[in-house]
Design a binder for this molecule. Structure first.
Ligand code: ATP
Length: 243
């Protein structure tokens, strides 16, 4: 029982929820360690969305809005943490939602798809094929889904697949609290923020931006600058951590 007045209440509740999802099989045991790495970086951000991450979120909305065939790729951690936010972003952006897993079994895929559907998402499912040039199971996707996408949003991605998707000519939007990860550096655009905070920013901007604003944001997109701003934010916090 976690007391609501505990100073780390939200974080502890989230950990408890993820552990529960791991016991049910939605989250892989390895996914729990990924979450821990994310939490560590979130401390350095002060556990809030920076102005730079907010601009990156708006730019993500612009990429989704100007896409021909946008797809949101969902893994176990994202589904466990943010199924509702994924459903709302899907409504705002019109993107397909497709499950893609590193630790893939038919049962896990079904479990995650059903969790997303319960949260209101319209999941693109059906026969997946080994279509991406990867030696692990993240290679599985649908021909009319991720394979055909021109823009793919990959919350909590690993660097391999991000690189492969970019190599296939797709624009890849990552959400990653670690600005130093291979994913963050390889993606077309990285939002350095916690996934449950980042997704509503993108959804709101999908509705609010004009076509002209979308074109402008896409034209000036500079991922290196977004990563530098995130690192500067973290460095400033570290420098003044004990003041
Ligand atoms: P890479 O292969 O890109 O170098 P990695 O090996 O760290 O990254 P994973 O172990 O798959 O990749 O971790 C996924 C990433 O997701 C980590 O960088 C972690 O910081 C980030 N992350 C974890 N939880 C969250 C969250 N809730 N919100 C945003 N990012 C998160």
């Amino acid at each position: 029982m976690i007391p609501p007045d505990h100073p780390r209440y939200r974080s502890l509740i989230t950990r408890e929820h993820l552990a529960d999802c791991a016991r049910k099989g939605v989250v892989s045991w390895e996914g729990l360690t990924s979450h821990g790495r994310g939490e560590a970086f979130d401390y350095l951000l002060g556990e809030k969305t920076s102005a730079s991450a907010r601009r990156a979120g708006k730019t993500a909305a612009a990429l989704l809005r100007t896409a021909r065939h946008p797809v949101i790729s969902v893994n176990g951690n994202t589904a466990a943490l943010a199924a509702r936010e994924i459903a709302l972003l899907q409504k705002a952006s019109g993107a397909l939602v497709e499950v893609n897993l590193f630790h893939r079994t038919p049962e896990r895929v079904q479990q995650i798809e059903s969790l997303l559907r319960k949260a209101g998402a319209d999941v693109f499912s059906g026969e997946a094929e080994r279509l991406l040039p990867l030696s692990h199971d993240r290679a599985f996707c649908r021909r009319e889904g991720m394979f055909a996408a021109d823009v793919v949003l990959v919350p909590l991605e690993d660097g391999d697949r991000c690189g492969v998707l970019v190599g296939m000519g797709k624009k890849v939007i990552a959400i990653d609290l670690n600005p130093l990860s291979r994913t963050a550096k390889t993606a077309t655009l990285t939002i350095v923020d916690e996934v449950t905070r980042a997704l509503p920013v993108i959804a709101d901007a999908c509705t609010a931006l004009t076509d002209e604003e979308c074109r402008e944001l896409v034209t000036v997109l500079d991922n290196h600058a977004f990563l530098k701003e995130a690192l500067d934010e973290m460095a400033a916090r570290l420098c003044h951590a004990l003041d």
